[in-house]
Ligand binder design. Sequence first.
Ligand code: CP
Length: 290
Amino acid sequence: MSDQEVMGLIHRGQAFKNGEVWRPEKKQYFAANLFFESSTRTHKSFEVAEKKLGIDVIDFATATSSVQKGETLYDTVLTMSAIGVDCVVIRHSDENYYDALIQSPTIQCSVINGGDGSGQHPTQCLLDLMTIYEEFGSFKGLNVAIVGDITHSRVAKSNMQMLKRLGAHVYFSGPRQWYDETFDVYGTYLPLDELIGKMDVLMMLRVQHERHDPNESFSKEVYHKKFGLTDDRAKKMKEQAIIMHPAPVNRDVEIADSLVEGLQSRIVRQMTNGVYVRMAILEAILHGKA
Ligand code: CP
């Protein structure tokens, strides 16, 4: 997507938030949310977005679908397309799962990536961008720190790319073993205590235990003290700086419980903005198809 297309979705998300309505180009659209990995926010905010737009949502759960008989993702989406579903939202543990779907000559429905393994989470990125834009009105020159389990975070990967493109200065912090030098092209890795007083946005990441070696030892207390946003660290933040987290949050691990709903936190707003930016994405895709 071009920067203009990204900004267009952010502005359209804001318009939906301010009460703008969708004027569909045909009477009936169908969407299916195919979640092969667990999700609360992405799944349910897409469902709310679809329902707010009047799109018919096709019920789908892997546990009661033919996935249980061994049907592949490709054949599941082929089926959705064949029965007339206009777009599918997919979360899957395989990175780039969508390549085979979008290259298929038979699959006609649009595919929205709801998160592919540790690859990308573009709709989370757009809601994060909308939240930052709402706060600061621009990305140029903003100091944004992405902190925590960066290697395993698809949110971090989408955000580092887009924030740099839009003119923000990106910084990284967290355990060295969860940082990859390939991220150096997007920003600068520094200890959190060197960054904390200079950042406009602190984007804390969930420690993704499910993607770690189960034999790896981990202490919540040690992590919180060394890499987390503690109450003491938060006192050193700029007054206008905001705290973000894609959630779900491990309270008192990557961020102190007391800060999650605090004055500088935009974590709840991120969830709310997710509905509106996803409405903008659905509208853009379905109008493009009509
Ligand atoms: N932020 C996010 O993607 O949350 P879910 O895993 O609950 O969808």
